[in-house]
Design a binder for this molecule. Structure first.
Ligand code: COA
Length: 324
């Protein structure tokens, strides 16, 4: 069987920075409250003329260039996003595929909210392991700033815009990429959703019906449990122990969620890569953005054992496990 490996990474964040202090001039909040409750100081905001595909193309192109791979060699472009350019169709992945000149590739969006990248990376792994595809570009990209109610201090402080990408292909030497764990519990759908704009409620009664609505406490309790459990489960399934893990790359929603999981696992927080302080929660983009920063700064070294953990709306959660 072909063993897949992440061959390269790419990232793009819009240049405009929105700090907590700037937010505090518009709504009743403060840098002190936001940072102490979430670990977030700032987020990036896409310019008016940027859509999700623009961020995705920039990140995807960088991953291809860093690998020196011709876009013509791509078999598949997978885009994890909950903020597509258009509602339903065309897929944002098709727009990205065209902009990259990946004329031999299929393309599809994958929606699993903040777990989307974990699902998409597993799809790439499975397609390559099965021999269906050779090179798959997996991108997580979001423009969450467009779907927030900027008057709702419970939600608007949490999210930001950005994109990350990984190129997955056959390993040219010894490699390890375990089957991922993908989970869902739709009974929790109401705790994090956009009420209107879909077939359930096509017409919004008020503009805020089109924005993110969240029961923060419920999501928090769900997250601290599943992050710990899924890390232990994927390690156990692959006969690995916590001390053999070099890096946990968690979804960057809230540092308190990560710290709680670290404490329950008895792992030092230093094993968890964190960048929500600068970017906030970019949903499907947080994990590939983190992997790209770690790769490009030299933190990630070939052979290291990496676990990624995603969680979010659906409710969904999941984990990938591989050697870098
Ligand atoms: N600034 C200042 N005060 C705020 C505030 C803000 N941005 N948001 C809420 N508050 C206030 C509340 O109104 C409340 O005041 P009250 O006690 O007078 O009613 C108080 O702070 C506590 O609110 P609460 O909602 O209980 O805070 P919390 O400690 O649960 O933190 C979250 C709120 C959203 C940070 C936290 O629940 C969380 O992170 N949940 C998970 C969310 C998440 O990560 N979602 C994405 C998952 S993919």
């Amino acid at each position: 069987m072909i063993v897949p490996r992440i061959l390269s990474t790419g990232l793009y964040v819009p240049p405009t920075v929105l700090t907590n202090d700037e937010l505090a001039t518009r709504i009743d909040t403060s840098d002190e409250w936001i940072f102490s409750h979430t670990g977030i100081h700032a987020r990036r905001i896409a310019s008016d003329d940027q859509a999700t595909s623009d961020l995705a193309v920039a990140a995807g192109r960088q991953a291809l260039e860093r690998a020196g791979l011709d876009p013509l060699a791509l078999d598949l472009v997978l885009l994890a996003t909950s903020t597509p350019d258009y509602l339903g169709f065309p897929s944002t992945a098709s727009i990205v595929q065209n902009s990259l000149g990946a004329v031999n590739a299929g393309a599809m969006d994958l929606t699993a909210a903040c777990t989307g990248f974990v699902y998409a990376l597993e799809t790439a792994r499975a397609f390559i392991a099965a021999g269906t595809s050779r090179y798959v570009l997996v991108i997580g990209a979001e423009v969450f700033s467009r779907i927030l109610d900027w008057n709702d201090r419970n939600t608007c402080i949490l999210f930001g815009d950005g994109a990350g990408a990984v190129l997955v292909g056959p390993a040219d030497g010894p490699a390890f990429f375990a089957p991922s764990l993908l989970r869902s519990d739709g009974s929790g759908a109401a705790s994090l959703l956009r009420p209107a704009g879909g077939t359930r409620q096509p017409v919004a009664q008020s503009p805020s019906d089109l924005a993110v609505r969240m029961d923060g406490r419920k999501v928090y309790s769900f997250a601290i449990t599943v992050v710990k459990d899924i890390i232990l489960e994927i390690l156990e399934k692959n006969d690995l122990t916590l001390d053999q893990v070099d890096w946990v790359v968690p979804h960057q929603a809230n540092v308190r969620i990560v710290a709680s999981a670290a404490q329950r696992l008895g792992l030092p927080l230093e094993k968890f890569y964190l960048n929500m302080e600068r970017y906030a929660n970019t949903s499907g983009a947080t994990i590939p953005l983190a992997l790209s920063e770690m790769d490009q700064s030299g933190l990630l070294k070939r052979g290291q054992v990496v676990v990624t953990v995603g969680f979010g709306a659906g409710l969904t959660w999941g984990a990938n496990l591989f050697r870098w």
